[in-house]
Design a protein around this ligand. Structure first.
Ligand SMILES: *Cc1c(COP(=O)(O)O)cnc(C)c1O
Length: 331
C-alpha cells in the first residue's frame, strides 16, 4: 500500500499552526566538502526535538472524537513517543507510550514531562509493541505507530514539499532511514513535484532493518544493537504495510555508516553548524563527509533530531572513540 500526494497536501493543511515550518539554510562548510550547494533542513528545531511531531500530530488530529476519547498508545524508541505525547496533550487525550529498556533515560523522562505514561517493556521494540497491541485489544486504546501508518507518512512528507519550495534546484535528497516513514513521505512528495530527483536513504551498519529487508525482497527481522544513531534502531515490522513497498519503489540508494563516521558527523554538526544533533540526525552530514555519496548538483539533507544525552554529546565532541564508550557503558 502507498500514500498519495493529496494525503500529504491534506496533512500540510491539518498540521499548519501545530508544528513549525522549520528553516532551511545553505551550509557553506558542507557545500565546500561536497563540491556543490548543500541545504540543511532543520527539523531538529521542532518543539519535541524531532520531525516526528509532524506525523504524530497529523495522525492524532485525523482521529475521530471517539478514538481520541479512548486514549492513544504507541511503541517508540523515544522521539515518536515524545511527539505522540505532545500531540495527545495538545488534543487533550490520554497517552500511554511503550518502549524497550534500550531507550535512553533522557527520552523516557521527556515523555513523562509531557504528561504521558511511559511504560518500559522488554529488550526490543517488538516486546514494546506487544504491550501496545494488548492495550488496543483489552482497553480499546487507539494505536499510532511510529512509521507504518498513512497519516504518519503523510505528515513526514510535508518536509519534502517545504524543502523543494525553499530550494527548487535540489537534485538529491539525503534522508535518515529507519522504519522508512520519513523517507517514504519525503520521496513521495519530492518525486511528485520533481520526478527526476534522487532520494538516498542513510542508516547505520549496526542493525539496518530496511536495508536488510530490501536485499531480502521482503520485511525481515534484524538484531537490535546499541548505536550512536539509536533513533534509527528497531525493525520495520514483519507485517509491514506501507513503508517497505514505498521505500523499495521510491528510494534510489541506501548508504550505511559505521559508529566512527556517525560520531565524526555529530562533531561536524557542532563545530561547523553550531547545531546539537543526535547520531541519527547527523547521518546526512556523514554521507557527505565520508564521500560515500557523490553529488553532481545541489543537495538537501534532513537534520532529523536533537534528542541526544548531553553528557554523551559532550564526550563525542571531546573526541572519545564511540566503540570504547560502548564498552565502558556495558562494563
Ligand atoms: C525516527 C527517526 C528517524 C527515522 O525515521 P523513520 O521514519 O523511522 O525512517 C531519523 N532520525 C530521527 C531523529 C528519528 O527520530
Amino acid at each position: 500500500m502507498s500514500v498519495s500526494f493529496s494525503e500529504i497536501l491534506s496533512a500540510r493543511r491539518r498540521i499548519a499552526g501545530s508544528v513549525l515550518r522549520t528553516p532551511q539554510r545553505l551550509s557553506p562548510a558542507l557545500s565546500r566538502m561536497a563540491g556543490t550547494a548543500v541545504h540543511i533542513k532543520c527539523e531538529h528545531q521542532q518543539a519535541t526535538g524531532s520531525f516526528k511531531l509532524r506525523g504524530a500530530t497529523n495522525a492524532v488530529l485525523a482521529l475521530s472524537q471517539q478514538e481520541r476519547a479512548a486514549g492513544i498508545t504507541g511503541a517508540s524508541t523515544g522521539n515518536h513517543g515524545r511527539a505522540l505525547a505532545h500531540a495527545a496533550k495538545a488534543a487533550e487525550a490520554r497517552a500511554v507510550i511503550c518502549m524497550s529498556r534500550l531507550v535512553p533515560k533522557n527520552k523516557v523522562r521527556a515523555i513523562e514531562m509531557l504528561g504521558a505514561e511511559a511504560r518500559i517493556i522488554g529488550n526490543s521494540q517488538d516486546d514494546a509493541q506487544k504491550e501496545v497491541d494488548r492495550l488496543v485489544r483489552e482497553e480499546g486504546m487507539t494505536m499510532v505507530p511510529p512509521f507504518d501508518m498513512a497519516n504518519v507518512i503523510a505528515g513526514q512528507g510535508t518536509i519534502g514539499i517545504e524543502m523543494l519550495e525553499d530550494a527548487p534546484e535540489i537534485e538529491t535528497l539525503l534522508v535518515p532511514l529507519s522504519g522508512g516513514g520519513l523517507i517514504a513521505g519525503i520521496a513521495k512528495a519530492a518525486k511528485t513535484l520533481k520526478p527526476e530527483i534522487r532520494i538516498i536513504g542513510i542508516s547505520m551498519q549496526r542493525g539496518a532493518a530496511m536495508d536488510e529487508s530490501l536485499k531480502a525482497g521482503r520485511p525481515v527481522a534484524v538484531e537490535e544493537l546499541p548505536t550512536l544513531a539509536d533513533s534509527l534502531g528497531g525493525g520495520i515490522g514483519l507485517e509491514n504495510r506501507f513503508t517497505f513497498e514505498m521505500v523499495r519503489d521510491l528510494v534510489d540508494e541506501v548508504i550505511l555508516l559505521d559508529e566512527t563516521e556517525i560520531a565524526a558527523a555529530v562533531r561536524t554538526g557542532y563545530f561547523e553548524e553550531a547545531e546539537i544533533l543526535e547520531g541519527a540526525a547527523a547521518v546526512g552530514i556523514a554521507a557527505i563527509a565520508t564521500g560515500k555519496v557523490s553529488l553532481a548538483g545541489p543537495a538537501g539533507i534532513v537534520l532529523s533530531g536533537r534528542n541526544i544525552d548531553l553528557q554523551l554529546h559532550r564526550r563525542i565532541i571531546n573526541g572519545e572513540d564511540p566503540d570504547l564508550m560502548k564498552e565502558r557503558d556495558n562494563g
